[in-house]
Write a protein that binds this ligand. Structure first.
Ligand code: MG
Length: 403
């Protein structure tokens, strides 16, 4: 990793405007979850870790603003410039992004253009590309082709192609911003709109492109099986598996509603507490903090601090999730049990589950909500308050064990 100052003249343009139909599924592939996070989130995190000083702009399809905001919100990347609207082709999208970048940041000299669906680009690959761009103005990673090649002819027949000297092109492709902007302007002005990548486009403007070694691990998530491979790879890195437990109680007092798991439930009494007294979210927050051995809710949000008076408890759960993601980890599941005689939780269970999943930024299939009474025994049985128990399973990168 380089220090932020060194690459403050570098920006990253993530190309995320495609529709990704070949990967299957309901969402464009760059927004589908892999190992608990959208593909784009992994990409933003990876690039930001490699180049913490570089601003990141993402070019998106105009229909995908909500999907982008969700992916960016779940990223721990530090330097996101937001999104720019792409065009009808990849080339038009990159051009729109480059122009926006130029407007937003006048100190940028180099730009790294990267596919949103390559989540495994190594520091070495990115640094090599940047170094080559600083020296030559334009650089592209490429790998030798290992399969034998054939060209389709007709009616299901094909002819051999000599693969000697042939290379498969990847991203990140790295350029002087002035050179690549100029090349895009020329290509658009002359009506050439279908370059499949920026290296071929800039070459058309007469600029020589330096080739540097690509990386077979830097594959593009294209087909359904690529997603299976990517998930297996990511999960194999998150092999430090932790379980955390959280418990919370709040007493009934004045009021006409209670908050449970971020859902407002009408009731003849309220719960007493410094914040909104959401026992469910408090127990879940402590379970996650417990799994990463990072104190408890009272330590991070002291009741003595007036900032948390009446606070919506979703900020506590979000902060616990942020702490997991900051460590490069993921929450594999949350399991909450609410204990009370009243209000009846059952009718609200699905809403509570959806609310927790939304607050935590988790797939709903990773969130369970259960409810029970205590058979009229103890303080919950006497209707004096509500208790909540929670478990969280967290997966951390292996080096997290020594931290
Ligand atoms: Mg509490």
């Amino acid at each position: 990793m380089s220090s932020p100052e060194i690459n403050s003249d570098v920006a990253i343009l993530i190309v995320a405007g495609g529709r990704g139909v070949r990967a299957g599924g309901e969402l464009p592939k760059q927004y589908r979850d892999v190992a608990g996070l959208p593909v784009l989130t992994h990409t933003l995190n990876r690039l930001s870790e490699a180049l913490p000083g570089a601003a990141i702009l993402t070019v998106i399809h105009p229909d995908d603003l909500d999907l982008y905001e969700n992916a960016a919100g779940r990223s721990h990347a530090s330097n996101l410039l937001g999104s720019a609207q792409g065009g009808a082709t990849r080339q038009a999208s990159v051009f729109a992004g480059l122009k926006r970048l130029h407007q937003l940041k006048n100190n940028i000299k180099f730009v790294i253009i990267h596919d949103s669906v390559r989540i495994f680009s190594s520091n070495k690959l990115i640094m090599n590309g940047l170094a080559a761009a600083r020296e030559f103005g334009a650089a592209v990673p490429a790998t030798p082709v290992s399969d034998s090649l054939r060209r389709n002819s007709a009616d299901g027949f094909s002819e051999p192609v000599d693969r000697a000297g042939l290379l498969a092109v990847q991203t990140p492709q790295c350029f002087s911003l002035d050179l690549i902007l100029d090349a895009h302007e020329k290509a658009t002005a002359s009506g050439r709109q279908h370059f499949s990548d920026d290296a071929s486009l800039i070459e058309c403007a007469g600029i020589l492109v330096k080739t540097f070694p690509g990386d077979p691990a830097n594959f593009k998530l294209t087909l359904p099986e690529d997603f299976v491979t990517a998930e297996a790879l990511l999960l194999s890195r998150l092999a430090d598996i932790r379980t955390g437990y959280g418990y919370d109680v709040h007493a009934f007092g004045e009021g006409d509603h209670v908050w449970l798991g971020g859902v407002k439930i009408p009731h003849k009494r309220g719960l007493v507490g410094h914040s909104d007294a959401d026992v469910g979210l408090h127990a879940l927050t402590d379970a996650i903090l417990g799994a990463i051995a990072d104190g408890d809710i009272g330590m991070h949000f002291p009741p003595s601090d007036p900032r948390w008076r009446g606070a919506a408890s979703e900020i506590f759960l979000k902060e616990a999730m942020r702490r997991v993601r900051e460590r490069g980890g993921m929450v594999a599941n949350l399991d909450l049990t609410i204990v009370c005689e009243e209000p009846k939780v059952g009718p609200h269970r699905d809403a509570i589950r959806a609310s927790i999943a939304a607050i935590a930024g988790l797939d709903i299939r990773r969130v369970a909500v259960k409810a029970t009474t205590s058979e009229q025994l103890g303080f919950t049985g006497r209707r004096e308050g509500i208790a909540a128990n929670a478990l969280a399973t967290v997966r951390l990168p292996l080096q997290g064990a020594s931290a």
